[in-house]
Design a protein. Structure first.
Length: 175
C-alpha cells in the first residue's frame, strides 16, 4: 500500500477495492452484454412477439374476440363465401320454425321473395335479425320477430344472411 498523498493538508489514501468486489463488477458488465445480445436478437421476449404469443394463448382459452360485423360500406363480409353459406344454412334451422326451413315463410314472411317489408339491404336486414321487430314496428301483426343478437351473435347472423343472399338476389349488398 502506498503512503497517503497529501494535498492542501488533506490526506488521500490509496486503498484498492477488494478483489471479490471487482469480480462482481466485471460479471455485471459481461452479464449486461450477454443480456442485450440475447434479448435483442435470439429470444422470443420482444414486445411484439410476446404480445402475439399472449394473444394466441388468450384466444385458445376464451376464443377469438375479433369483432365480426358489416363492412364499412354496410355489406355482409360473408357474401359468396361457400363455407359461410353452408354454415348459414345450418343455422337457419332456428329461423325455420317461423320462416320455414326453405325460408319461404310460415308465420314469419317469406325471405325468398322480392318483398322486404323492413328493407332489402344487408344493413337493414342485419338490423332486423340482430335487434328483432316488436311493438309498433311490426307490420304484419303475426307476432314479433325475435332478436338474435345474444342467442346467435353477429357472425352466425351474417352467415345466415350470406345463405339468404345466395338464394335471394333481391337481398342487396351494402347500405
Ligand atoms: C318466433 C318466430 C320467428 C323466428 C324464430 C324468426 N323470425 Fe324473422 N320474422 C318473424 C315475423 C313475425 C316477422 C315479421 C315482423 C313484422 O310483422 O314486421 C319476421 C321478419 C323477419 C325479417 C324481415 C323480413 C322483411 O320482409 O323485411 C327477416 C329478414 C327475418 N325475419 C329473418 C329471420 C331470421 C334470419 C331468423 C333466424 C335467425 C328469424 N327471422 C327468426 C318471426 C320470426
Amino acid at each position: 500500500m502506498k503512503e497517503p498523498k497529501e494535498v492542501d493538508g488533506i490526506f488521500q489514501a490509496d486503498n484498492p477495492m477488494p478483489e471479490w468486489w471487482k469480480l462482481v463488477w466485471l460479471l455485471t458488465i459481461i452479464g449486461s452484454i450477454a443480456y442485450a445480445i440475447y434479448f435483442h436478437t435470439a429470444s422470443s421476449w420482444g414486445q411484439d412477439e410476446a404480445f402475439k404469443i399472449e394473444v394466441a394463448e388468450h384466444e385458445k382459452k376464451f376464443g377469438s374476440q375479433k369483432k365480426i360485423g358489416l363492412t364499412a360500406e354496410g355489406a355482409n363480409p360473408f357474401r359468396d363465401d361457400e363455407v359461410a353459406i353452408a354454415d348459414g344454412q345450418k343455422n337457419f334451422g332456428i329461423c325455420g320454425a317461423c320462416h320455414n326451413a326453405d325460408g319461404k315463410g310460415l308465420v314469419g314472411p317469406s325471405l325468398m321473395d322480392d318483398d322486404w317489408i323492413h328493407g332489402s339491404t344487408d344493413k337493414e336486414v342485419y338490423a332486423v335479425i340482430m335487434k328483432g321487430v316488436s311493438g309498433e314496428k311490426l307490420k304484419l301483426g303475426k307476432g314479433a320477430m325475435p332478436a338474435h343478437e345474444k342467442s346467435l351473435g353477429s357472425e352466425k347472423v351474417l352467415k345466415i344472411m350470406a345463405w339468404l343472399a345466395k338464394n335471394n338476389p333481391s337481398l342487396k349488398k351494402g347500405i
